[in-house]
Design a protein around this ligand. Structure first.
Ligand SMILES: C[S@@+](CC[C@H](N)C(=O)[O-])C[C@H]1O[C@@H](n2cnc3c(N)ncnc32)[C@H](O)[C@@H]1O
Length: 288
């Protein structure tokens, strides 16, 4: 298992938005640069109790969360208290055999688990690459027949390190900008651990691309609305945040993700944060 952060609050927002994008955009090809495992054995700890376990507790009290595709898929996998499905498994479950897939991860255990899940779901066209995801996805798209601009493709870029550069000098952000400019559907995840970094990847990508972008940013704040330095990757504390950037998706998809982000913030109002103090989620949107 190379993903130690599964099922935390950051996954809830990422996966809630991702699955809805797939349901609305209905791509015929789906690629992930950093897929992780198909699923991970569930942990019952403060991070998951604030993450997916809290989501399961509160979702049904809010129409849009209770009727979300993410909620439905957590139900479909039965006991979300025993394992948590990662983004690639959620995508395969949502799109089924209507799409072909390229799922990348450097970790051999994750790659093996992705292969096992695609076989279990009967997915007929799924390539799992134990290789660098950004190089592999770019060449998969370059090798594909058809127009350079293909609105039927969604690429999920979920970088481990958004700034590290590939052999050809491209960072994950450069790859995302290139995909957005070429017209591919893009779902890009970013995180941060300081309030002044909120929505940072939107601002960076806005400088690198010409196209339209949508960003939904979720940041933890204390109950007064204040946030200090956060703790991304270690704890979900005030000042910790993350977001999803969408490119080349339709207006309805943006509006639906916005409604889900607002509902999520409402559902998490007055929460007990993983480290025990009271707090809430601040949701903000940028678009152009
Ligand atoms: C946070 S996890 C992925 C989570 C998954 N996308 C999800 O939302 O459920 C990050 C994964 O990236 C993988 N990874 C790190 N660098 C990579 C690279 N250059 N290419 C492909 N995978 C990479 C790690 O092995 C790890 O499994």
């Amino acid at each position: 298992m190379a993903n130690h952060h599964f099922g935390k609050f950051a996954d809830v927002w990422k996966h809630l938005a991702l699955v809805e994008v797939l349901a609305l955009e209905r791509p015929s090809r789906y690629a992930e640069t950093h897929s992780g495992s198909g699923a991970n054995a569930m942990l019952d700890d403060p991070e998951r109790r604030f993450g997916v376990l809290r989501f399961l507790d509160v979702a049904d009290a809010t129409a849009s969360l209770g009727q979300s595709r993410y909620r439905a898929l957590l139900n479909q996998f039965g006991d979300a208290h025993s394992f948590y499905p990662g983004s690639a498994l959620l995508a395969m479950a949502q799109l089924g055999c209507s799409a072909s897939y390229l799922l990348c991860d450097l970790d051999p255990v994750s790659a093996g688990d992705l292969r096992a899940w695609s076989a279990r779901l009967g997915i007929t066209r799924c390539e799992v690459a134990q290789a660098d995801g950004m190089m592999t996805v770019l060449s998969w798209l370059d090798d594909s027949t058809g127009p350079a601009t293909d609105s039927q493709v969604i690429v999920h870029v979920d970088p481990f390190d958004p700034h590290s550069r590939l052999a050809d000098g491209l960072s994950a952000l450069d790859v995302a900008a290139r995909l957005a400019d070429q017209g591919y559907g893009l779902v890009y995840w970013y995180g941060y651990d300081s309030p002044d970094e909120a929505s940072w990847a939107y601002h960076t990508l806005s400088e690198k691309t010409q196209g339209s972008l949508w960003c939904g940013d979720v940041m933890l704040v204390d109950e007064t609305g204040a946030a200090g330095p956060g703790d991304l990757g270690r704890a979900t504390t005030p000042g910790t945040g993350c977001g999803i950037i969408l490119a080349n998706v339709c207006e309805d998809t943006r509006a639906t993700c916005q409604a889900l982000g607002e509902a999520l913030a409402t559902a998490y109002a007055g929460s007990t944060l993983p480290h025990g103090t009271r707090g809430r989620v601040r949701f903000s949107v940028h678009e152009r």
